[in-house]
Ligand binder design. Structure first.
Ligand SMILES: Nc1ncnc2c1ncn2[C@@H]1O[C@H](COP(=O)(O)OP(=O)(O)OP(=O)(O)O)[C@@H](O)[C@H]1O
Length: 301
């Protein structure tokens, strides 16, 4: 049985269907990224899993049971967490742990362990008001883990941080993922690539891609030939062929020719390079990166 099973998920605001028939699952121990541009529907999906937003269609099961009965098994870090600045980090976790009815002694020990894990052990008695953005995010992660949830959900956990803060949180998440099941949303592809076993790409409420990074690259990537030659732009119209060439992009003296099939693409380009006597300095086959796949899919959906 999957830990989380999302089937035919739908959310409508009036007649606007912001989540459309989404299906995916998460297994125990997986780290999954929900990836999409602004407004794609990431927060809406997360809030439905958390039962903050009601579904207008479909079903969500956690551990095989209806999700609305299982919210206590989810830890959540919202996109913009707010904390009382006059509490210390330790006081906040003590308060949050108290809400989960955890035994006092167990709680004390867990709080200390968690604060050490997220790197706040040395400042646990400092007021949260004195914490940096990155420190607050670490505290938010500790708070989400206090009741030892089966699933940790984070909504854009690093997007508000500067590059150094972002790197710190990514490193922390690499440690946490060794013992937790994680779903997090992001629009930063590199973070997903670095951390995740599985990626869900959504756009305009629709799931475009669902799979491991290798699977996605293997199944969806289109080969690209780079042709470098002086004034190549004057010749690119000669390379157009709807059956073979997907698109041609020009950067300086290089043309990036995306083809549907490597063999046919190579033959077509070599034939035309000879026919036109192009003074080619370089002809190279490159693989599409995950970022290029993401941009192409989002643009064409
Ligand atoms: N309460 C609401 N009423 C009407 N429309 C809403 C509501 N909440 C969200 N939407 C719409 O649903 C769509 C998806 O929004 P959502 O916040 O889920 O996207 P997102 O992928 O999380 O975006 P971002 O990366 O900007 O946070 C958007 O078009 C948004 O305007």
């Amino acid at each position: 049985m999957h830990l989380l099973q999302v089937s035919h998920l739908q959310k409508k605001y009036g007649s606007h269907e912001v989540v459309q028939n989404i299906n995916f699952h998460i297994n125990r121990g997986e780290c999954v990224a929900l990836l999409g541009p602004n407004g794609a529907g990431k927060t809406t999906i997360i809030k439905m899993i958390l039962n903050i937003n009601k579904l207008t269609g479909g079903q969500i099961l956690l551990n095989g049971k209806r999700h609305d009965q299982m919210c206590q098994f989810i830890g959540y870090l919202p996109q913009h967490p707010t904390f009382d600045p006059w509490m210390t980090g330790k006081e906040l976790l003590t308060f949050m742990g108290g809400l989960s009815n955890i035994d006092k002694e167990v709680l004390e020990q867990r709080i200390n362990e968690l604060l050490d894990l997220v790197g706040l052990g040395g400042v646990k008695n400092q007021l949260i008001g004195t914490y940096s953005g990155g420190m607050k995010q670490r505290l938010g992660i500790a708070q989400a883990l206090i009741h030892q949830p089966k699933l940790l959900i984070m909504d854009e956990p690093v997007s508000a941080l500067d590059p150094l803060g972002r790197r710190d949180i990514l490193e922390l998440l690499k440690v946490i993922k060794q013992t937790s099941t994680i779903l997090f949303s992001t629009h930063i592809l590199h973070d997903a690539e670095e951390l995740c076993d599985k990626i869900l790409i959504i756009n305009q409420g629709q799931l475009l891609v669902n799979g491991s990074i290798n699977q996605i690259i293997e199944e969806t990537q289109q080969p690209i030939f780079i042709i470098q030659a002086p004034r190549i732009g004057e010749w690119t119209h000669e390379l157009v062929n709807e059956d073979i060439v997907e698109s041609i992009e020009l950067t300086g003296n290089a043309a990036k020719v995306r083809v549907k099939n490597i063999e046919r693409g190579r033959n077509w380009l070599l034939r035309n390079i000879t026919r036109l006597q192009l003074p080619v300095q370089k002809l190279e086959l490159v693989q599409e990166s995950l970022e290029e796949i993401f941009i192409r899919m989002v643009k064409s959906s």
